[in-house]
Design a protein around this ligand. Structure first.
Ligand code: ZN
Length: 370
């Protein structure tokens, strides 16, 4: 029997709240309280993806799992005990923000442990062969979170927690993490910066978040030297620049590294409609990038591929981007046609801008060729 693709989600993750915000700004001073939901990190982008997977019929063709929760033994492999204790205390006292732009409400600690638990279950099940590939619909996201500080809507480092649990529990070896969230995967980078067993690659918009940081020069240190790659793209990059980055930088790096598992930190905020960034990716880009990673996993690591959901803030657009990814991941196709695709394809950069962007990628490819 063909092994299925696992899908991991839990209703509680949609109940995580960053409080009343305007985009990413807390209300106060000259930031006027909105009359409705005006914050970027609402549950709806992810909940609507879940709903589209349901109504399209795709969910029925996946091995659906959840809930799950990580415990202190899982957290302490990645985070400091001091950070864990502080997070737990502030959560019990009604919520707050113990980092930079990463607020949470009462009970946020328990919901974050569920979010990380979904990633843990997905990576565990792929590592042990229970499912062929897996998608974890995590919320809150994880890729900005540091060992000792939360950041950018991220309060636990979901992917490192999940990888280190699989290493401890199942002897998982080398892992390659591709982060295509439009923001830099700084938390994942910092956790694995001196580790040679984990390749971290981030494709992101230059200087987007954290502001003023692109990180092309940051290649890792010590045992991790050369095992960190930052592909910082100019604002306005779309289908051509992203696929060229995958083909000329990511795939050669994966071939050299020979991972035992590939994990994608899949933010959908490079999408053309996202309010938090300035890229022009559409659903066929995400489908093609996912297909390339499915093929790479088949070639390099017996197909072992896990996708962990990160950011993505366009409530209308994210479901169609996410559906294309899950379709490519599972090898299943629904009859859903992305109603935004034609307009976003028409908005792709013209020939001269595309040529400039491809030269930009080519320059990076030369930097990362060794
Ligand atoms: Zn993001």
């Amino acid at each position: 029997m063909t092994r299925m693709t696992g899908f991991y989600s839990d209703e509680w993750t949609f109940w995580h709240s960053v409080g009343l915000q305007a985009l990413f700004l807390p209300i106060g001073g000259y930031v006027q309280p909105p009359s409705g939901a005006a914050g970027a990190d609402t549950p709806d982008s992810k909940r609507r993806l879940w709903s589209l997977l349901k109504t399209s019929g795709l969910m029925e063709r996946l091995a659906v799992a959840g809930p799950a929760k990580v415990d202190n033994a899982d957290l302490i492999r990645v985070h400091t005990q001091r950070y864990i204790d502080e997070f737990k205390e502030v959560s019990a006292a009604g919520g707050g923000d113990i980092g930079d732009f990463a607020p949470f409400s009462a009970g946020g600690f328990d919901i974050a442990r569920i979010s990380a638990g979904l990633a843990k279950a997905a990576i565990s099940d792929v590592t042990t062969g229970k499912v062929a590939r897996a998608y974890a619909l995590c919320r809150p996201a994880g890729h900005h979170c540091l060992a000792d500080r939360s950041m950018g809507f991220c309060v636990l480092a979901n992917i490192p927690i999940a990888i280190e649990a699989a290493r401890a529990d199942h002897g998982l070896g080398k892992v390659a993490i591709l982060d295509w969230d439009v923001h830099h995967g700084n938390g994942t980078q910092s956790i694995y910066y001196e580790r040679g067993d984990t390749l971290t690659i981030s494709i992101h918009q230059e200087n987007c978040f954290p502001p003023g940081y692109s990180g092309v020069e940051d290649r890792g240190e010590g045992d991790g030297g050369g095992a960190n790659i930052n592909i910082a793209l100019p604002p306005g990059a779309g289908d051509a620049a992203y696929l060229s980055s995958i083909d000329t930088i990511v795939l050669p790096a994966l071939e050299r590294f020979r991972p035992d598992l590939i994990v994608i930190a899949s933010g959908l905020d490079a999408g053309a409609a996202d309010p938090m960034a300035r890229m022009l990716v559409h659903s066929e880009t995400f489908r093609a990038m996912t297909q390339r990673m499915v093929d790479a996993a088949d070639r390099l690591c017996s197909g072992r591929l896990v996708i962990v959901h990160e950011g993505g803030y366009s409530e209308a657009s994210v479901p169609f981007l996410g559906l294309a990814i899950v379709e490519a991941l599972s090898g299943e196709r629904t009859d859903v046609v992305d109603p935004t695709l034609a307009i976003f394809q028409a908005q792709q950069p013209g020939p001269e801008t595309t040529a400039f962007q491809l030269q930009w990628v080519d320059r990076l490819a030369h930097i990362f060729a060794t």
